[in-house]
Design a protein around this ligand. Sequence first.
Ligand code: AMP
Ligand code: MG
Length: 506
Amino acid sequence: MLSVLCPDGPPWGMTLPAPAFDNSFARLPEIFFTRQAPVPVDEPAALRVNRPLAAQLGIDPDWLAGPEGTAMVAGNTVPEGAEPLAAVYAGHQFGGYNPQLGDGRAILLGEVLDAQGRRFDIQLKGAGPTPYSRGGDGRSALGPVLREYVVSEAMHSLGVPTTRALAAVSTGEAVARERFLPGAVLARVASSHFRVGTVQYFAARQDDEVLRQLVDHVVQRHFPAARDSDNPVLAMLEGVIARQAALIAQWQLLGFIHGVMNTDNMLLCGETIDYGPCAFMDQFNAGQVYSSIDHGGRYAYRNQPGIAHWNLSVLAQALLPLLHAEQDEAVALAQQALDTFPEQFLDAHGAGLARKLGLAALQEDDTALVEDLFALMEQSALDFTLTFRQLADLADESGDAARISADFPVSGALDDWLARWRARLQREDSTPAQRQARMYAANPAFIPRNHQVEAVIQAAYDTGDLAPFHTLVELLATPFEYRPQERRFAAPPRPEEVVRQTFCGT
Ligand code: AMP
Ligand code: MG
């Protein structure tokens, strides 16, 4: 593409103040969404601005933090070029099909391109009711906004594909929940918000033309290479499967429990979305569940890969009419694609476990070593994050990085296992220093621990003090570097601090 210096525009490469919207979804027929302006709020006030992300998106961070940016995030002004809309989708929630969901408390302002030409949605979460609010108020309380800000940005710093937090504002209005709570809006950034449930909604209408328009748009946006394949729809399905296999492996390797893996909360672009009842586990427990509404443990830690596979089968089912003109052929193609999921997940998970343990790759006879570690962690109620970080310390006794194990001693329950692990490391080609460097990069010292996220929210609710929130966000920007002066953030919860249940953001 040619770029010319525009006499009226800013010099090339300069950051524009407001977002330079370049909307593509809003060009699709209106069957995909409802145009809907955000509802202004009483008293918008900036809570936090994500300066690096703003800069990446070509938005002046000072503008975003100032009155005009705050008014945009609050929904009080719609900037030029924005085309606010609420998208429609469906979804399986806890296994039951809901034929119509949609952006009930989120409004898409539009899309922007970063310097590399990557396209991102800017969405306002908590910006007022839409036709899809189903009786809800379309608003968000401060707590869930802070929670999503902290956890989504931590996930990004941990290297996990995720939606991100561009800015948060308070509204000066109360929202009615179990009690009245201060309201807030989060400006969320995602590569796109197309969900498995979006495809479900249009498949259910049995209008192949509309479904094809949607799929063409998603292919164009997220799987451009698929356009050259013999069967672009199949290539897209394979692409989504590959991204989800990699994503869920990353969750498992960090002890992250999403909590509400409904098909409307699974993005086709492969980013983590919906930070409602999510939690990083403290003590390792394969059956761990935090969400207050997950009574059957459907979305327990150990079930996440299987649920992802199930959700992908729902996607494949919805795509059948476009996969092949003959239904039997379409089913066979979908099944073949789906059948690759377990192995793709296991490969990614195994490679990640190898990195966590300082091994170049897992060998066949490493299975017992790995399983025994998890069994010991479970039996002795060891902290997931601390244990792996401690192993990294032990990988090179002469390393000079700050050691978490100096502040949190390694459990004696691991003694015998450690001897086996050390013997196994003797078979590696790497040096202890190389292993340790790789392990430090795979085993974070800091994660958004539930009790700390809760403490941040409590401080904001009780006294309006946002300092703990800012501190936690900043600390989690560098999760792989242990800093002894920050040891309290690496500490597992004391018994009285343990968070046993989390709640949806509604
Ligand atoms: P979630 O549990 O966040 O995945 O949301 C499920 C559905 O409920 C989505 O369609 C949301 O838009 C909708 N929803 C959740 N909270 C609210 C709210 N406060 N007002 C309106 N709609 C909501
Ligand atoms: Mg959702």
